[in-house]
Design a protein around this ligand. Sequence first.
Ligand code: HEC
Ligand code: HEC
Ligand code: HEC
Length: 393
Amino acid sequence: MSSGMKRFQDAVLLAAAGLLVFQAVSAVRSSQIAGAPVFAASQQAPAAAQSGAGTQAQTQAETTQRAAGSQERSPGAEAYVRHCAICHGEQREGILPAFPPLLGIKRQMTDQQITDITHNGKGRMPGFPKLSNQEMTALLQFLSTTELTMPSASASAGGNGTSGNSSGLSDAGHALFQQNCAFCHGRDAMGGETGPDLTQSKLVLSDTNGDKISAVVREGRPEKKMPAFNFSSQELLSLVAFIRAREAAAAAQKGNRRGVDVADLQTGNVEQGKAYFNGAGTCSKCHSPTGDLAGVATRYQGLQLERRMLYPEGVKSKVTVTLPSGTSVTGTLAYLDEFTVGLRDSENAYRSWSIPNVKKYTVDAPVEAHADLFPKYTDADIHNLMAFLQTLR
Ligand code: HEC
Ligand code: HEC
Ligand code: HEC
């Protein structure tokens, strides 16, 4: 067997194991935190309805068994997967913007502080008062490690791991999608009996911040047989992340049966694109064809390049938090909701504040410029820009 084939099979096995653990954990989650506002906002809560107390014990046992079979995990890692991963992410990376990362948490908190939060809860995090001392000790030991040891579940959603750093979110979306959308839009979002292929949808492709997809899901299109759904904003975010991951996977697939015609992207005019870049598009305020964008057409091709142009992903925003004392702390925005602002400082330590307790905070998101530009492009502008960008090799 070729090593490529072997790697592929390993990936499939890992994906399957990851998915099972994920499903087991979500079943546990829904019965454990039924009162938590983050999820309670949803009236759909599909998994919750089916998971009684009896199946909880059973799924926990299954989780343990699967995990032991697929890979050696420490008791602490085991406890983490069982109780915490559903919110703080498979790899402790957090699920932003709602759940802070726990990777490296021991650099910012003492064992006592972590134990207190775990037992009593904090903000929208439910407490785990019944954790045994033994389990808590194992958990603390696991949290003091910083290697990424968990099997990645991102393959289960993206198929080829292109879902990027929001894989935890996308996994949650995967489960929701299978339960609520798959019978119309297909399990891979590529179209089904009655629903269109979402990976090729213009609406999906042009949705810079998830608003358009969320609006369709919230309002439905009753006259066209697309029902309305009542999801929490976190659930909507996860659905959007999943659809994006599917779209990225579809775009990356060679010989994709419904692949976007790259020729479609070749219809623009290079000179007009260049003029737009330096003029009305204001691109040259931030970019240079011989500087940061030199070779961009070698790094990305076709639809992928268009996606980078329309909404660059994984770009960090800066935030400055001013404390009542007048001191200010600047770092990379890591977490923001109406209650909490969190950042990673220059030492990469995660720090968060309750918003009423800070004087002010300012977010600097350069990439927002792309979102602002989006409604201003005409199709011709996009084609011309694409033609121009494709000369930057
Ligand atoms: C239902 C979701 C949920 C689960 C399950 C959960 N947490 Fe949390 N956790 C949160 C949220 C939300 C916060 C942010 C709370 C805040 O700051 O208001 C948080 C914050 C924390 C913090 C503080 C992080 C910081 O930087 O302020 C620690 C430590 C923590 N959780 C540990 C755990 C551990 C250990 C487990 C498993 C035993 C766990 N959590 C399970 C939702 C969850
Ligand atoms: C009963 C079948 C059905 C279900 C269930 C369903 N959809 Fe749809 N969906 C449709 C149909 C049909 C359309 C096309 C409507 C139209 O032509 O305007 C559509 C359109 C959409 C669109 C807009 C696509 C475009 O290009 O305009 C999005 C986004 C979408 N659905 C997402 C979802 C998500 C996410 C879910 C699950 C939460 C879901 N749908 C569940 C049938 C369904
Ligand atoms: C206000 C500043 C700003 C403006 C205006 C702007 N961009 Fe960007 N752009 C960014 C930032 C920030 C990034 C993310 C850079 C990164 O990923 O390192 C980015 C990323 C990109 C990328 C992806 C580059 C890569 O290597 O992944 C492309 C392509 C791009 N922009 C094209 C354009 C075009 C075309 C315009 C004009 C229509 C434009 N940008 C206008 C700030 C801007």
